[in-house]
Design a protein. Structure first.
Length: 182
């Protein structure tokens, strides 16, 4: 799936755009992920040094999602600087093709300004328009109260909880499973 570029403004007046990521932006996206891991090491499951991706792997991944009827990779940027990304990874098998798992990251200094809400909104709009997707799922750490509040505001409901599933800074936290039926 692909979406057209959209120009938006944050709650504090900063301009940014959201568009489908292009394979040529793989390096930019990988830099975003690496920067996120350096500035906010507890934001994602892989720890720094465990990231699997290279520019070429990510380029192929973006190409595959762009061609898929049930997948999407969005990039939010301010000028040429990436500020957020959202991945919708559709089910690979026919029996799961109506589902997609959402993963999102927004740079710390751009959080709580509407960027994440816009990313999810654009993704949900594309998912509804696809005719393929009927259900979006996600996983979020119980400690990420901002993300939990955003997802609940957008209609996601908690469907499960894996107790003490993730170790963050020596503590064990629950992994919350949420879903939205389109």
């Amino acid at each position: 799936m692909k979406v057209a570029s959209r120009s938006l403004t944050t709650r504090d007046g900063r301009a940014y755009t959201i568009a489908s990521a292009r394979p040529a932006e793989a390096g930019c996206l990988l830099d975003h992920v690496l920067r996120l891991h350096q500035t906010d090491p507890d934001a994602d499951l892989p720890a720094e040094g465990e990231l699997w991706s290279t520019v070429e792997v990510l380029r192929r991944h973006i190409s595959g999602l762009s061609a898929a009827r049930n997948g999407l990779y969005l990039l939010a940027s301010s000028g040429k600087e990436p500020i957020g990304a959202l991945l919708l990874r559709g089910g690979e098998y026919l029996r799961l093709a109506h589902t997609a798992e959402l993963g999102m990251s927004v740079r710390r200094e751009w959080r709580r300004l509407g960027v994440g809400e816009s990313l999810v909104g654009v993704a949900l709009g594309a998912a509804r328009k696809s005719g393929e997707l009927r259900r979006i799922t996600l996983r979020v750490f119980e400690t990420n109260v901002g993300a939990l509040a955003l997802y609940e505001k957008l209609g996601f409901v908690v469907e499960g909880r894996q107790k003490r599933q993730v170790r963050l800074k020596g503590n064990y936290v629950d992994l919350i499973h949420m879903a939205l039926d389109l």
